[in-house]
Design a protein around this ligand. Structure first.
Ligand SMILES: Cc1cc2nc3c(=O)[nH]c(=O)nc-3n(C[C@H](O)[C@H](O)[C@H](O)COP(=O)(O)OP(=O)(O)OC[C@H]3O[C@@H](n4cnc5c(N)ncnc54)[C@H](O)[C@@H]3O)c2cc1C
Length: 306
């Protein structure tokens, strides 16, 4: 747990990021989790994913953007992504982070920026998922999502909830009343015990509880996890309740458990792969290391070999 907190702490250190980015080897190691630096590299990755029977979600890596010009560049990037999805005919939607669009500067600016993406996605018949970040911005993220959802359709904008937060079951019940499309994940940030379950077993139990709520709701949700126990619990529940295979989808991250991604798709379950790309890979990469101690050894071993 200490290692996880330490890595998540390091993920926020700008200086280290610049240091790490100078090492070609470090960058090479990121290719396991990151599809490349450009839209075209991400498209090539998505074509491959689509060929295995999985859909995708683009994620242009960036978060905590601190200038208005920086947020404008993110909007431009996502408008290009939406156009490229149509041009190439790949099967993908997009995922955005609100701190990428200015949530740490001005919520009103963030809303206007996110609205431009959702409006363009809707015009093109596509779907925009708003990722969930750290607990300091949970409420602000939900507020902006609700505002967007009041203007756009169920299949145009959706949100993410994290099972490690105590508040999530209540949030899920509220969201289902709207209704809203939810991606359920465990949560990737370092949260204090005042807001989040410190023990993995409680995070997992809450995951199963909220998963059952979502699957029973009749709305199309995303069950995002690589954990075979969560996946088995979901399949068991769906089979027991007679919930169709196409009534929800599983979601996993690029480069993690590809075997399981392909197996689930072969078995006829919906499977979407989240595909991050871009130059600002450092915080995302560090969170992936934090999730699994074995990843650190993998990186160190290659570092020493290099
Ligand atoms: C599609 C998708 C979108 C997500 N969006 C968000 C979001 O918006 N906000 C947010 O806070 N979090 C998000 N996450 C991350 C999520 O919260 C977890 O941090 C992450 O998925 C790890 O949890 P797990 O459910 O896989 O279970 P865990 O219990 O962490 O892992 C179960 C097993 O999965 C495998 N595994 C998990 N992580 C890794 C890894 N990094 N490298 C190698 N193997 C691994 C291992 O075999 C591990 O034993 C997202 C995850 C997915 C799949």
């Amino acid at each position: 747990m200490l290692t996880r907190s330490a890595l998540i702490y390091l993920s926020r250190q700008e200086g280290l990021k610049n240091f790490a980015a100078r090492f070609a080897l470090f960058k090479k190691l990121t290719t396991r989790f990151i599809a490349g630096e450009t839209i075209d590299e991400a498209i090539a990755a998505i074509r491959e994913i689509n060929s295995k029977g999985c859909s995708a979600s683009f994620d242009h890596l960036n978060e905590g953007v601190q200038s208005v010009a920086g947020t404008e560049a993110e909007v431009t990037e996502y408008l290009s992504v939406l156009a490229k999805i149509d041009e190439t005919g790949i099967n993908s939607n997009v995922s955005i982070k609100l701190t990428q669009f200015g949530l740490e500067i001005d919520p009103e600016l963030t809303y206007r920026n996110a609205r431009r993406i959702v409006e363009e996605g809707a015009r093109r018949g596509n779907f925009v998922r708003i990722d969930m970040e750290g607990s300091t911005v949970t409420q602000a993220t939900i507020d902006i999502f609700r505002r967007l959802r009041s203007e756009f359709g169920l299949n145009e904008v959706g949100i993410v909830l994290q099972s490690y937060l105590y508040r999530t079951e209540k949030d899920a019940r509220e969201m289902l009343k709207i209704p809203a499309r939810i991606r359920l994940c465990k949560g990737a940030y370092d949260e204090p015990a005042e807001v989040a379950y410190p023990e993995k077993k409680d995070v997992d139990a809450n995951y199963v509880r909220v998963m059952r709520l979502l699957l029973s709701s009749g709305t199309y949700h995303g069950i995002a996890t690589h954990d075979p126990k969560m996946i088995d619990a979901t399949i068991d529940f769906a089979q027991r309740e007679g919930i169709a295979k196409n009534a929800f989808e599983f979601q996993m991250l690029y480069g993690i458990r590809r075997d399981l991604q392909e197996q689930l798709a072969r078995d006829g379950w919906g499977m979407r792969v989240y595909v991050p790309y871009g130059k600002h890979w450092y915080p995302y990469f560090m969170r992936r290391l934090a999730e699994r101690p074995a990843n650190i050894w993998f990186v160190l071993k290659n570092f020493l070999k290099g």
